[in-house]
Structure formats: structure tokens, C-alpha cells
Design a protein around this ligand. Structure first.
Ligand code: GLA
Length: 362
């Protein structure tokens, strides 16, 4: 769980990341309550790179990072958080900054010496066999002896879920870039069904890309749908908004975004120690039900209405793999629904999602 600079600063603001931005986001991660519910990694995405020195060492952009990366990492660590960085196995990153091609071990050593905890390694201009190319950086990171989370992306091409674990990755993107747009988000999220056998604590995670909550291109129901879907899928939760805006106590909208990002019952579904990725179990046109098995023996269902209009979706217990009568809890409404049985109706508004925890009665 964490935050990444790309969606808000790279795309919306057209601004490269900087020392000032990263410090402010890290502070906001703490003050907004995001850290308290588990968000930990403050990830610097593309456009931090400032080329290489005469010895080939990668350097941050000197204007945007005047104190250097080690000092920034120290600051982020002093807040009890971790720090991530970005590179590419190609000669150039996606934004045409210098990549790690031919400098894999040198860059891994540099990142480790700065105190980096997470690397997003993004295909961009790379060539060659992706499993082999990604393995090279994994070995380089391991050689540093610093634990560094390894997040790889080649946009879901060549089925990275089949070889991500063997290439040493902890998470792999399963699709093209998610955008702050309902239809792109839905295509990305709902399209990830069927990958559940590849994810888990000993394997790694299918990464559905960044959360868009707070960026303004979707309404609250649609953002709630993204959070629900991502948590049922056990996808990494990497926020993509400006966390400092969440600190505005007078903005009702920002407080709604904050509530969507920090609901600890919902996050517990994503972070459940069993690490089971959920899947679609029922579908009728634009209404869907997904289920996820939890380590405490309960089942969490996500119920989705992907279109306009209000609907009542019945829970078909047999199809969703639940038996008898269960205790039901509405995780978004934070409301006990009491005992429910086959056929229980879930009411949904336009473009919205519900998330229910169903616990067998002992
Ligand atoms: C690719 C990635 C994005 C982001 C940009 C940066 O598009 O998929 O997540 O890292 O590159 O240039």
C-alpha cells in the first residue's frame, strides 16, 4: 500500500516530481490518516532522473531534487514511511529520461545506497525477452542485500502473471495504464477476472495499477467501485491523488475521498493474510458479483452496478459459494445487516458498488 506521483503530478499537473512535492505528500500521508490504515510506500514515478555523471552513476534532476535522494529518503523514513523510485530496463524511460539499460547493477547499488525500499521497473523502450530482462534487475537488487520491493510493468503484455514470480517480481501490472475515467477503470478492473491462481503471499500480486480516487474524473460511486474491486482482487493499493488536498477539513468532497481511501474494514479485505484474490461468480448484464475468501472463514462479496439506474441485485448463495444463513455486515455503510439467506436483495444506485462480509453462523 502506498502512493505514486504519476497520475496527479505527471498527468494532471504535467509536473515532474520534486523534493518539495514528495516531502509534502509523505507528510500528508501521515496527517490524513492514510499511514495509520496501512499506506506506507511513497513512490516517485518517472521524470525524477537527471542523467548520469562522468562515472555513469544515475543522478536525480538537480533542480527538482537539490538535497539529493539520500536526504529525501532519510526524511521519508523519519516519518515511519518507505520510499520508492522508478526506472526502466530500456535506454529511455516512458517519459524519455535515462533508463537503467546496461547499468542495472550500478543503478541497483545507487538506489540501495540512497535507502530506496521499492523500485517500479517499467518496460517503455526496452527490447528482448521480458522474463529475462526483468530477472536481470531482480538479481541486481538482491545483490545489494537491501530489501527492495520489485514492481514490474510491461502493461500485461506476454502474461506477466505466468512468469512474474520466477523473474523475482513482487507485483506485476496486468493491464495498460488505468486512467481517471470510469470506462477505462472498469475495463481494467473487471477485465482482471481469472488471474486469481497467480496471486498470493508466496507468489506475488496482480497489480491493477493506481487508485484514481480523488483525481476528480469519476463520481463517488465510481470511485467506491474501484476501491471495492481492487480490494476483492487483493491488488496493491497505490493511491494516485494529491494527498495534501485530503487535509482540507472544510471540503466535503475531499473528506469523502479520504473516507473511501481509509475505510479500515475495506482495506482489511485487500490485506487479508490468506491473500486470496477474488473472482467474478455471477453476472447479469451490467450487474456483477465477485467473491473473496477470507482467512477467518468468512466470504466477502462485491456487488456492482456498472450502469445508470437503481437496481436490486439478489445474492444467489449457491452461485456465490455460501451456504445456509449467514451474519452479514455492510463494510462501506459500516452496518450490521443481521442474518441473511439466499436471495437477499442488495440495493444499488447508479454506478455503484456494495461490499458485504458474510460470516457463517457457528
Ligand atoms: C507508463 C506507466 C505509468 C507511468 C508512466 C511514466 O505509462 O505504465 O504507470 O509510470 O509510464 O512515464
Amino acid at each position: 500500500m502506498g502512493w505514486n506521483s504519476w497520475n496527479y503530478f505527471g498527468l494532471i499537473k504535467n509536473k515532474p516530481p520534486s523534493d518539495t512535492i514528495i516531502r509534502a505528500q509523505a507528510e500528508a500521508m501521515v496527517r490524513s490518516g492514510m499511514k495509520a490504515v496501512g499506506y506506507t510506500y511513497v513512490n516517485i514515478d518517472d521524470e525524477w532522473q537527471g542523467g548520469r555523471d562522468s562515472e555513469g552513476n544515475i543522478r536525480p534532476d538537480p533542480i527538482n531534487f537539490p538535497h539529493g535522494m539520500a536526504a529525501l529518503a532519510d526524511y521519508v523514513h523519519s516519518l515511519g514511511l518507505k520510499i520508492g523510485i522508478y526506472s526502466s530496463p530500456g535506454k529511455l524511460s516512458c517519459a524519455k529520461r535515462v533508463g537503467s539499460y546496461g547499468h542495472e547493477q550500478q543503478d541497483a547499488n545507487t538506489f540501495a545506497s540512497w535507502g530506496i525500499d521499492y523500485l517500479k521497473y517499467d518496460w517503455c523502450s526496452a527490447t528482448g525477452d521480458p522474463p529475462t530482462v526483468f530477472q536481470l534487475m531482480s538479481t541486481a537488487l538482491q545483490n545489494t542485500n537491501r530489501p527492495i520491493i520489485y514492481s514490474i510493468s510491461n502493461y500485461g503484455i506476454d502474461q506477466p502473471w505466468m512468469w512474474g514470480t520466477a523473474s523475482g517480481a513482487n507485483l506485476w501490472r496486468v493491464s495498460p495504464d488505468v486512467k481517471d475515467d470510469f470506462y477505462i477503470m472498469a475495463e481494467t478492473g473487471f477485465g482482471d477476472n481469472g488471474l486469481e491462481t497467480y496471486a498470493g503471499p508466496t507468489k506475488g500480486w496482480n497489480d491493477a495499477d493506481m487508485l484514481q480516487i480523488g483525481n476528480g474524473g469519476m463520481n463517488l460511486g465510481q470511485y467506491q467501485m474501484q476501491m471495492t474491486l481492487w480490494c476483492i482482487m487483493a491488488s496493491p493499493l497505490i493511491a494516485g491523488n494529491d494527498l495534501t488536498l485530503l487535509l482540507d477539513k472544510h471540503s466535503k468532497l475531499q473528506q469523502e475521498y479520504r473516507a473511501l481511501l481509509t475505510n479500515s474494514d475495506v482495506i482489511a479485505v485487500d490485506q487479508d493474510p490468506l491473500g486470496a484474490q477474488g473472482r467474478r461468480v455471477w453476472e447479469q448484464g451490467p450487474q456483477e458479483i465477485w467473491r473473496k475468501t477470507m482467512s477467518d472463514g468468512s466470504t466477502v462479496v462485491g456487488v456492482f452496478n456498472r450502469v445508470l439506474g437503481t437496481v436490486n441485485v439478489p445474492l444467489p448463495f449457491q452461485q456465490i459459494g455460501v451456504k445456509g444463513t449467514v451474519d452479514a455486515y455492510d463494510l462501506w455503510a459500516k452496518k450490521d445487516l443481521g442474518k441473511i439467506q439466499n436471495g437477499y436483495l442488495v440495493s444499488l444506485g447508479a454506478f455503484s458498488a456494495a461490499m458485504l462480509k458474510l460470516t457463517p453462523i457457528k
